[in-house]
Design a protein around this ligand. Structure first.
Ligand SMILES: N[C@@H](CCC(=O)N[C@@H](CS)C(=O)NCC(=O)O)C(=O)O
Length: 245
């Protein structure tokens, strides 16, 4: 097989980190094009790559360098890489006893976990802590985190005994995303132990060093939330000042 020619359009401090991690685990070559947030959302240059201006975006020039394939959506990108260049590694095959677990937890990341964190983040940014909608969003997030915690108290990895792309898809919500939505993991020891198992993997460390050298992995894996993303912290304090004036 010819060596793949892959470029990752990588928004720093974002869920885009999933894809370099996957590629490092698979030992596949790639170029990484980093983009800084401007100051909170993606910079306009990302819109030139994909209409949504969101990241990750994969550019695959392997078959046709003059007209590379452009693919967004981290789940789709992960499946594409796994099946096109990874011989199915890091996925479980239909014949595997944990096939359904793999599918469930792979899709749970973007289908349930991340929306629950986003909902909580949005509710908290729009209303005061005692607002019933904030309370509902927090309760739901607790239910979702408890569900993941129970799974990880009984299993080393989300799909069972094997590390898979389901782990890669999910980690961001418990690490880097907490720089935007400061969730405390103290009550979720199963999740914390798994987060540390993931962060100990050389492929994760290599990917973070390439894509997000400014992020402190030690800070991301604590039970207590990591330092808030600086531009968001500033925005929140400016809003608070404006309300007080
Ligand atoms: N569902 C998409 C979400 C992509 C997405 O929204 N990425 C965020 C980073 S966490 C982004 O690029 N935001 C910048 C913006 O929307 O301006 C995926 O899984 O790839």
């Amino acid at each position: 097989m010819t060596s793949p020619s892959l470029t990752l359009h990588h928004l720093q401090c974002s869920q885009a980190e999933r894809i370099p991690w996957l590629l490092e685990e698979l030992g596949l070559p790639y170029d990484l094009k980093p983009y800084k947030r401007a100051p909170i959302f993606g910079p306009p240059e990302l819109k030139a790559v994909h209409p949504l201006g969101a990241s990750p975006v994969l550019e695959d020039a392997t078959s046709d360098p003059s007209s590379p394939l452009i693919l967004a959506e981290s789940g789709a990108i992960a499946d594409y890489i796994i099946y096109k260049y990874g011989n199915g590694r890091l996925a479980l095959a239909p014949s595997h006893a944990n096939y359904a677990d793999y599918l469930y937890w792979f899709h749970f990341a973007n289908g349930n976990l991340q929306p629950a964190v986003m909902r909580c983040m949005t509710a908290k940014s729009l209303a005061s802590p005692d607002n019933p909608r904030v309370k509902m969003a927090e309760d739901h997030l607790q239910t979702v985190f408890s569900h993941v915690n129970e799974r990880l108290k009984k299993n080393t990895w989300l799909a069972g005994d094997e590390f898979t792309a389901a782990d890669i898809m999910s980690l961001f919500c418990f690490t880097t995303m907490r720089k935007f939505m400061p969730a405390d993991l103290t009550n979720y020891p199963g999740i914390v132990a798994w987060v540390r198992r993931c962060a100990d993997r050389p492929a994760y460390q290599a990917a973070m060093k390439k894509g997000d050298p400014e992020l402190d992995i030690g800070d991301l894996v604590n039970e207590r939330p990591p330092e808030m993303f600086e531009a968001l912290k500033m925005m929140i304090s400016q809003q608070a000042q404006a309300q007080n004036n």
